[in-house]
Ligand binder design. Sequence first.
Ligand SMILES: [Zn+2]
Length: 92
Amino acid sequence: MRRTGPGRPLWLTCAVDGADHAVSDAAFLAAQGGDGRYDALCRATVWASSLAAPPASRCPSCATAAGEPEGEGEGDRRHRGVLSRFVPRASA
Ligand SMILES: [Zn+2]
């Protein structure tokens, strides 16, 4: 099923604080043709960084505003799992 309505926010990495902020569809469209600033759900001003920027951690205020669960995401957990595979354990 496809949901319409307020829509899903877009997550943009801010070049200033390095965090991912949620920007609503409307705010994203409103900022097109502007100077690269977007109004995030947390009311921060997001300066969009290069799309090649590595994924950053999400702004907790935006996550809450977007209705997403706060705290460690699955990405973090997966990351840790991968790391533990590469880090040899000291055997007793
Ligand atoms: Zn934010």
